[in-house]
Design a protein around this ligand. Structure first.
Ligand code: ROI
Length: 159
């Protein structure tokens, strides 16, 4: 079993509902147990700011799926839910990323784990720290240290 953290994001067509649906689909993945999910957070878009705010969350799963099999399963969820991507760094209906896969560092054509921009993204680090305090990010250090290095954070937990 590998301990895996997934990032979820949406800013189109009722993002709260999109994240809830994605969590339900993640829970239903084969050979996978959903261990926990952070709160849902409202976040300012990274990228063009003429787009709606995002809702972001991080889920913790334990899985027997390989990184590649998990990636394929997540892409299938994205496609079934409606993978709308309007432009580079723009609006998206649902985005599911593998942030961490055990303590592995993976660099292949279609997988970069830890996620390439994990250290710069408040909407990933803050929900991750919520559900896994003291989490080490391979090659980058401790999640709380990375958070303290962020310049600004616009994250707002939703009630
Ligand atoms: N911005 C925020 N706040 N949250 C995201 O999930 C997100 N995802 C993206 C881009 C467009 C880079 N910006 C984001 O892919």
């Amino acid at each position: 079993m590998a301990s895996v953290y997934l990032g979820l994001g949406s800013n189109l067509e009722n993002p709260f509902f999109q994240l809830q649906s994605a969590v339900a689909q993640i829970e239903a993945l084969p050979d996978t147990t959903l261990v926990g999910c952070s709160q849902f957070y409202g976040s300012k878009p990274l990228g063009p700011n003429d787009q709606p705010d995002f809702i972001n969350a991080v889920c913790h799963v334990e899985t027997q799926l390989s990184p590649q099999a998990l990636l394929s399963a997540l892409q299938k969820i994205e496609i079934e839910q409606g993978r709308i991507k309007k432009r580079h760094w723009g609006e998206r209906l649902i985005d599911l990323d593998i942030l961490l896969y055990a303590d592995e560092i993976i660099r292949t054509a279609d997988l970069t784990i830890p996620h390439a921009e994990i250290a710069l993204r408040d909407f990933v680090l803050i929900p991750l720290a919520e559900i896994s305090p003291g989490q080490t990010i391979p090659g980058l250090g401790c999640v709380e240290t990375l958070i303290s290095n962020l310049e600004t954070s616009y994250l707002k937990p939703l009630d």
